[in-house]
Design a protein around this ligand. Sequence first.
Ligand SMILES: NC(=O)C1=CN([C@@H]2O[C@H](COP(=O)(O)OP(=O)(O)OC[C@H]3O[C@@H](n4cnc5c(N)ncnc54)[C@H](O)[C@@H]3O)[C@@H](O)[C@H]2O)C=CC1
Ligand SMILES: O=C(O)[C@@H]1CCC=N1
Length: 277
Amino acid sequence: MTDQTPGTPQVAVLGGGVMGETLLAALLTAGWAPEQLEVTEHSPARAAELAGRYAVRTGASNREAAARADVVLVAVKPNVVSTVLDEIAPVLKGGEVVVTVAAGLPISAYEGRLPAATPVVRVMPNTPAVVGKGASAIAGGTHATDGHLVLVEKMLASTGLVVRVAEKDLDAVTAISGSGPAYAFYLIDAMAEAGVLLGLTRDLATKLAVATVEGSAALAAQSGDHPVVLRERVSSPGGTTVAAVRELDAHGVRAGVVAAAEAARDRSRELGAQYAG
Ligand SMILES: NC(=O)C1=CN([C@@H]2O[C@H](COP(=O)(O)OP(=O)(O)OC[C@H]3O[C@@H](n4cnc5c(N)ncnc54)[C@H](O)[C@@H]3O)[C@@H](O)[C@H]2O)C=CC1
Ligand SMILES: O=C(O)[C@@H]1CCC=N1
């Protein structure tokens, strides 16, 4: 594929798990036709499920799918990436773009296994992409042009926020937005559980927790105010909220979030070092 390839090029999604399916659905929403897409899967049952749900071609051969593709989207686990790259490298003709969502693995690891001058774009998406509220960061490799980054932005157009970053920042991005939905779900679950403890039904407590987190995120996004200012607005003098936030501080919740993000950043680096091969 050249920098100028127009429209919606043929995409092979290698690995149809959580993120592979998310990106497949996103491409369909962004205007790709089912016949421009195919997915490879090790699990025949999963392949059949995806074929039934999206009417796309599915198969088990990464090499055959890559040979038909203009864009190869790597969505397998980091420990499988080098095997997959070795499978597809012989059939890449030089113009294809390789896009990867694997955590941790540096672009240099891809460039070292793929034909010289293969453009590689690394993406760190997150699961709210399924509902168009995702946050993705992208970084291009040595041979990725602005045109390749624009193409990837187009591929992710239906998923939500897409930002360009330097590759060195992707471990931090992974710790904040890649893994971040799990922190938000953890908070929602804890709030719902607290509601049950306080006597609400689980259904009502969960609805209230979800709506509160969703509304707070929307308010933060739309007002542009600093989170501290927004928190102060909830906190009436001598009221309930200051009493609650004092407990969050006393229990080290803020420090816990920071430590969690550092652990995710470190794990991303470890995955990169372990599986770069
Ligand atoms: N789940 C998430 O929230 C995010 C995941 N990622 C990245 O996405 C990648 C995939 O993660 P998930 O989708 O969560 O994992 P997953 O385990 O749900 O999906 C991986 C899929 O690859 C298939 N597979 C395994 N070996 C294969 C092979 N050789 N060829 C073809 N298919 C093969 C598996 O059967 C499985 O369905 C990982 O590299 C991860 O770091 C990145 C951002 C967020
Ligand atoms: O947990 C993981 O390794 C992947 C990467 C970011 C979110 N999920």
